[in-house]
Design a protein around this ligand. Structure first.
Ligand SMILES: Cc1cc2nc3c(=O)[nH]c(=O)nc-3n(C[C@H](O)[C@H](O)[C@H](O)COP(=O)(O)O)c2cc1C
Ligand code: SF4
Ligand code: SF4
Length: 423
């Protein structure tokens, strides 16, 4: 059986699944229930000067009937006193000594950072996470993403934290930047032991179209919130991968953003995360979601011959290439397995209106036909087909050697004639 123990930025946990800093880690009893359910570690709800929250504060984006597939919040850091939080951290650590508690922090001045770091470590923190990511409320006060968006300030505050800490320091990055790399590199320059990403994405989740107010609605007004949940996973994966393949970065990564099952977690690990954090899925379905994540990861590792999580970390990173390095001569066409086709014609509509007009209805059968000479292998039909493995994309042997755009433009390497270009 695979060993799920993982070490991320020097913090070891029995499995890579950590509760992210958010409502599920708001109190000692919650974190304890989380550990009992199987979570490997927990990042405590961000501590700082307690604030006052608004109501309402959450918004959900239903995507084709899945409620909360996208999620938004305008909640701030903890609204409980520092004293109570520290007492509960100490108690939780006493009850679960093998489960790391990473304490998330957000304060302003160097003296405040020094004090809160000391208090957190004294309470038993196994690591610290600097919240440079919150995109609402706190940034207007010069904290959160206001720090994460300024590499020099990020570096300076990380430096303060690291110099005052005896435990590993993770910097939690904001995705509200055009390029994550300078921000990860700034955390490294400041001496961070690792980074966590992503925090939430600045967004407006929707509008109350009868009251004319952006959501979530606080009385008669709304404001921008932070977007998270399944819908943000592709953005988070992109940012994790960008850092993981930056040679000058090279720090451990705790991946966050839209993880709702073991497959999502595997994807984050393969792109360079040595732990993964989850918030929205737990908010929507409760702590037990981790059971399936643990079983799924364990079976995946056994099936693929991974004895440890460390062996998996970053396995897909070398296969990430710039567009200009992709093989222009690699060719696929869509094939329909007639024995599986239910004749819904979704592929016909998609290919005709959204692709290259090469799947055609056939008289006397509901199974459409692919005109392979015109198919550009774009994948759209496979994406819309409701039957697993009914449409597959099959490689075509076209006689052309590998040639990327860079090869073509720099050395004139031959590329195959274009398909699917009409008129
Ligand atoms: C209601 C809510 C409150 C959050 N509070 C915090 C917080 O206090 N500190 C923090 O670093 N991140 C906070 N986050 C961000 C999460 O930790 C996480 O980075 C983000 O939700 C993406 O993960 P997910 O898609 O699994 O939710 C919060 C998220 C939500 C939804
Ligand atoms: S792969 Fe694209 S072009 Fe080919 S049949 Fe499917 S939708 Fe049409
Ligand atoms: S979408 Fe799939 S099931 Fe529907 S007609 Fe096309 S091949 Fe058949």
């Amino acid at each position: 059986m695979a060993d799920l123990t993982t070490t991320c930025a020097g913090i070891t946990s029995p499995n890579p699944f950590w509760l992210a800093s958010a409502p599920p880690t708001n109190s000692g009893l919650q974190v304890q229930r989380g550990f009992e359910a199987g979570w490997g570690g927990a990042v405590w709800k961000t501590l700082g000067t307690p604030i006052q929250n608004v109501s309402s504060r959450f918004g959900g984006h239903s995507i084709r009937g899945v409620k909360g597939a996208g999620f938004s919040n305008i909640e701030l850091i903890t609204d409980r006193s520092l004293e109570v939080n520290l007492r509960e951290i100490r108690e939780t650590k006493r009850l679960f000594p093998k489960h790391p508690i990473i304490v998330s922090l957000m304060v302003e001045t160097e003296a405040e950072w020094r004090d809160i770091i000391k208090q957190s470590i004294d309470a038993g923190a196994d690591g610290l996470e600097l919240n440079f990511g919150c995109p609402h409320g706190m940034c207007e006060r010069g904290m959160g993403s206001a720090v994460g968006q300024e590499p020099k300030i990020n570096e300076r505050i990380t430096g303060w934290a690291v110099s005052n800490s005896t435990v590993p320091v993770l910097v939690k990055l904001t995705p509200n930047v055009s390029n994550i790399v300078p921000h990860g590199v700034a955390a490294k320059r400041g001496g961070a032991h690792g980074v966590s990403l992503i925090n939430t994405i600045q967004s407006i989740i929707g509008v109350d179209i009868d009251r004319f107010v952006p959501e979530p609605r606080v009385g008669g007004a709304g404001t921008n919130g932070g977007y998270c949940g399944s819908a943000v996973k592709p953005i988070a994966l992109h940012m994790v991968a960008q850092l993981a393949r930056t040679t000058e970065f090279g720090l451990p990564i705790s991946g966050i953003g839209g993880i709702s099952n073991w497959r999502d977690a595997v994807e984050f690990i393969l792109l360079g995360s040595s732990s993964v954090q989850v918030c929205t899925e737990v908010m929507l379905r409760g702590y037990p979601v981790v059971e399936d994540m643990i079983h799924g990861l364990s079976h995946y590792m056994d099936d693929h011959g991974f004895a440890t999580v460390a062996e998996m970390v970053g396995k897909a990173v070398p296969n990430f290439r710039e567009w200009g390095e992709l093989d222009l001569n690699y060719e696929t066409v869509a094939k329909i397995d007639a024995s599986k086709c239910i004749g819904c014609q979704l592929c016909v509509a998609a290919c005709h209106d959204g692709a290259h007009q090469c799947i055609h209805p056939v008289a006397d059968t509901r199974v459409p036909r692919v005109d392979e000479a015109e198919c550009v292998g774009c994948n759209l039909c496979q994406i819309v087909c409701p039957v697993p493995d009914c449409i597959t994309m099959e490689p075509v042997e076209n006689g052309f050697a590998r040639a990327s755009w860079n090869d073509f433009s720099e050395r004139g390497t031959a590329i195959r004639p274009k398909k699917g270009v009409h008129g």
